[in-house]
Design a protein around this ligand. Structure first.
Ligand SMILES: NC(=O)C1=CN([C@@H]2O[C@H](COP(=O)(O)OP(=O)(O)OC[C@H]3O[C@@H](n4cnc5c(N)ncnc54)[C@H](O)[C@@H]3O)[C@@H](O)[C@H]2O)[C@@H](O)CC1
Ligand SMILES: Nc1ncnc2c1ncn2[C@@H]1O[C@H](COP(=O)(O)OP(=O)(O)O)[C@@H](O)[C@H]1O
Length: 300
């Protein structure tokens, strides 16, 4: 149960100007390659996700990242996951090298993290480029130096807030997601994307008040299926990698990129679903059609 006495009041609940994220808003966050572009200039996403326990999460995130439109994906996670990633996506590079953003944590757990994964995560965190931090890397939040988007679901947000002494339960988060997403952003100093039927993306307070927040309403709930969040991580990772320099210059841009990622995810799920059930990979497969519509304004 939540314990209101444990919730600190200092600086709490500074105002957020919430904006519903529309197709028009999302269309501004897609990088379209030009005649002079190559795979490096478009942006490279480094990925450290998956584990022996959850290798599939790596496949889902990488597949979604490629389909969102990035120049290259370097997968540098667990060996078993790397095999599966290459089977699904032979274009993935598993050699280390420069990247413009990192996606870390999906399909991992801080309890079972092995030495190799720890070293790969340490490298990603020290690299100085923007990060998308999911599931099993959220415990590393205090060590992030570069701008980051954290992508918790309600349960993971509860754990994040517990670290700063705010003891609430999952139901409390679900009852007021705007408040708790904002509180987590302030507590961590990073953009928080709180997942759900409505996804809330909030920037931390940084001088200007009110700060910006974005709400993405999913048109249905068929996306509530295992691995769906791993797909979202790949989509957001790809959008961040293709806007890396802009994010380093203005970290608040991560709100627009993360909200666009949630928008693309929600509408890819809708297209894949056709009013029926879907699997997580179906969402990834539908991403290019959603992106095509965003950049051309024309439905197929
Ligand atoms: N194919 C894959 O590799 C997948 C990997 N995943 C990864 O799995 C890890 C754990 O993520 P979760 O979001 O599941 O963790 P949660 O924090 O939601 O769940 C924690 C635990 O509670 C249990 N639980 C929660 N709700 C339950 C219910 N209604 N009935 C029975 N048990 C319930 C789960 O089995 C789990 O052990 C993450 O690293 C995530 O990325 C998931 O994304 C699912 C797919
Ligand atoms: N009721 C719902 N309606 C629509 N989308 C949902 C709903 N519940 C969850 N989602 C979306 O599905 C994804 C679930 O992510 P997550 O909880 O991390 O699942 P997993 O760990 O299985 O990948 C998120 O993108 C979230 O916004």
């Amino acid at each position: 149960m939540s314990d209101p006495a444990a919730i600190p009041d200092a600086r709490a609940d500074a105002p957020v100007q919430w904006r519903d994220w529309t197709e028009l808003a999302a269309s501004g966050s897609i990088a379209v390659p030009g005649p002079d572009d190559d795979k490096y200039s478009r942006g490279v996403l480094g990925v450290v996700t998956g584990s022996d326990e959850f290798p599939g999460a790596a496949v889902l995130g990488v597949d979604a990242a490629v389909r969102t439109g990035v120049g290259m994906v370097r997968y540098l996670g667990a060996a078993r996951a790397a095999d599966l990633v290459l089977r699904r996506r032979p274009e993935i590079v598993t050699a280390p090298g420069r990247v413009q953003a990192w996606l870390i944590g999906s399909g991992q757990s801080s309890d079972t993290r092995d030495e190799e994964t720890t070293a790969a995560l340490d490298h990603a965190i020290a690299d100085g480029v923007p990060l998308v931090v999911d599931a099993g890397a959220l415990d590393l939040v205090d060590r992030l130096g570069a701008p980051a988007v954290l992508t918790p679901h309600a349960g993971e947000l509860v754990t994040l807030l517990k670290r700063i002494g705010t003891r609430i339960d999952r139901a409390t988060v679900s009852a007021d997601p705007e408040r708790w997403a904002a509180r987590a952003a302030d507590a961590t100093g990073h953009v928080v994307l709180l997942k759900g039927r409505t996804t809330h993306v909030c920037a931390p307070l940084a001088g200007a008040s009110p700060r910006v927040g974005a709400r993405v309403q999913a048109p249905s709930s068929w996306a509530a299926t295992a691995g769906s969040g791993d797909v979202l991580g790949g989509i957001v990772g790809s959008l961040v990698a293709t806007h890396s320099d802009e994010v380093l210059a203005d970290p608040e841009l991560l709100v627009a990129l993360a909200a666009t990622g949630a928008f693309v995810h929600a509408w890819a799920a809708e297209r894949a679903s056709d009013r029926g059930p879907i699997a997580a990979l179906d969402i990834a497969e539908a991403v290019p059609r959603v992106i095509a519509r965003l950049v051309s304004g024309v439905a197929d």
